[in-house]
Write a protein that binds this ligand. Sequence first.
Ligand SMILES: [Fe+2]
Length: 675
Amino acid sequence: MRSCFDKIRVMIITMLFLSSVVFCLSIKVGIYDDYPMCYMENDTPKGFYVDILKYIASKEKWDLVFVHDKWEKLLDMLERGEVDALAAIAYTAEREKIYDFNNEPFISNWGVVVAKKQLSSIFELSGLTVALVKKDVYAERFLKMLEEFHVDIKVVWVDDYEEVMGYIDKGKAYAGVVSRFSSALESHKHSCVETPIIFAPVDLKMAFKKGARINSQIVPIIDRYLKEMKSQKGSVYWESLSRYLEVPFRMPEWLKLLIQISIGSIAFLLIILIILKKLVNVRTRELLQRTEELQRANQQINAMNEQIKSLYNELQETFDRFQDIMVLTSQVGTFEASEKEFLENVLNMALKLVPKVKYGSVSLVKGDRWVFIAAKGHDIEKLKNLPLKREYAIVSIDSTKIVDRIMDKDRMLMPSELLEEFSNAVKPIKSTIISPLKFGGKLIGFFSLDIPEGSEEVFTEQDIEIVDRFSRIISGFYAARRYIEVEGKFHKNVAIALVKALESYDPYMKGHSERVAQYSTNLAENLRLEKSMIRKIYWAGLVHDIGKIIVPRSVLNKAGKLTEEEYEIVKKHALKGYEILLGVEGMEEIAKIVKHHHERWDGKGYPDGLKGEQIPIESRIIALSDAFDAMTSARPYRDPLPVEKALNEIMENKETQFDPNLADAFVQMIMSRSA
Ligand SMILES: [Fe+2]
C-alpha cells in the first residue's frame, strides 16, 4: 500500500515538473542594433520590441532569451533555428517564403535616403557611393527603384544603419539608406541630413523559424497582446513608443549656424562691451580724478582770487585813506581849504576809518568861550549859536580818552535851560572818545567822536590811537595857520614898506602897486583860479615894480620921452625885481611872476621875449592890471586916460600885447564894476 502511495507521489511530482516545463516556455529572440526598435546597451537588451516582448513574457511567464548579433547573421541563425524569433523585421512577401511572421504589425516604417548634403531626387545620386545594409529590405527596394529609374550608383555594403551614417561621416559614402526611425533618431549625431527621398513603406513584425512548432503557441498570443495594447492608451506599447520614438527636435542647420553666429556675435559684443566698459571705467576714473583736480585747482584759484580781491580792496581803501590823509595834511600848511572845510574833511575821514562812530565834532576854546566849529550828526548851526562858556567844556582833559555818557558830565556843568538847548542840538550818545587840541602847550579845543545811544559797539585802544592822530593833525592845522598868519603879516608888512619906499621915490606910482594887486586878485577870483594862485597873484601885484629901485629918480620922474638908453635902464626893472625877490625865502614863485610882467602875447616883450602861453598866467594878469592902472593914472607927461579909452586901448592890443581871453575878462570885469 505504501509503495503504491509512493508511486502516485512520484507521478504527481513528475507531472508537476512536466507541467512546469510546458508553462515556462523558453524563447530565444534575435535582436540586432536598430535603435530604437532593438539594441544592446551595457550588455542589456533594450528597445521598443524588447519592452513589448518582456511585458508579454512577464504576463505569459515565458522565459525570454535575447540573442544579440549582426542582422545578416541573425537571419541565418533564424533559418537554422538557432533563434526562435527575430525582432524588428520588415514584412515582405519574399521573406514570408522563408520565415513565418506574426500578423499584427508592431509598427510601420519606411526607407529614407540620408546624405552628406541635401538632395531633391535620386538622380542626383548617379555615380555616387551609397552605403546599404546587407539583406535590408529598404536596401533591396532602393536598388530596385534605382534600377527602374536607371540610376547607377556605387554600393558599399555595411551591417547596420549606424554603420551607414558612420560611412557618410568618414567620407566613405556620399549617401546611404536607413529606416525612418533610424534617420529621425540618429542622423543628428552624424554629419548627414535626411533627404526628402522616402520609399518602401513596410510593416515591422517578428519573424519566426519557418514551420517551427513553437510558433503556433506564441504568435497568436503576441498578436493578441499587440492588439490589446494598441487599443489601450497608456499601455506598455504606447508608453514605450512615446519614450523611444518621440522624434527629438532637430534644429535646422541654418538655425544652428544662426544661433552659433548669434552666440559668437553676442560673446564678441560682450567681450567688446566688457573691454569698452573697462576702458570707460578707466577713462571715467581718470576724468573724475581730473575733474576733482580741476575743482580743487578752481577752488584754490577762487580762494586766491578772493584773497587778491580782498587785498586789493584793502589796498584800495588804504590808498583812499592815504589820499585823504595826504589831502588833509596838504591842507594843514596852506590856505587852500577853509577852516570849516578842513575840519569837515577830518570828521568825514574819521567816521570812515571808525565805522562804529556815527557823530563827531570839533570845538575851540576862545578866551572864556567854547565854540563849535564843525560837527557830523549833531546840529552845528544850533551848537554855533549857543552861548557856551569855556568852563562848560571838560577843560581838565589832558589826553585822548574814552568818556561814557558825556552828556551826564555836561549836565553837571551847564545851567539847566542851556543844557536843554544843548541836548536838542546833539544826538543821544553812548560813548565818546575826546581828544584835546593843543597849540604851544595850551588847550585850544576838542576833537570828539561818538558812538550813538543804543549801539552794541564799544571803543578800543586802536580807536583811541586813530582819534589821537586826527587830533594831532587838527592841532597841526591850527599851528600852521597861526604861523602862516604871523609870517604872512610879516612879509606883507615888509613888502608894503618896500613899496611905500619906492612910491616915495616915484610919487606918480602912489597906490599903483596896491591897485595892480587888487585888480589882479579880482580878475583871478573871477576866473576861479586856485586860492594859492590868487594869493601869489596878490603878492606879485604888490611887488611887481620893486625892481624900479635901481632906476634913477631922474629917469623915473622924466617928463619927456625917454632916450633909448634910459628906456633900456627902465626895462631892467623886471629882471632886477626878480633878482631881489629870489633872495627872499618862499618868494621864488612870486619872483618868476614879477620877472615876466612885461612880456607880450606876441613875444615882443621883455626880459625873455616869451610868447602866448609860455608866459605865466599870473604875469599875463598882472600885465593887464599894470597897463590899465598906468593908463588911468596921471603921469608927469600926461593926464590920466578915461576908463573907457583905457579899455579900448586894451581891446585894440589884445592878441599883440595881451592874452585875448584875459583881456576880454578884464574889460568885462571893469565894465561891470563901472555899471
Ligand atoms: Fe612894471
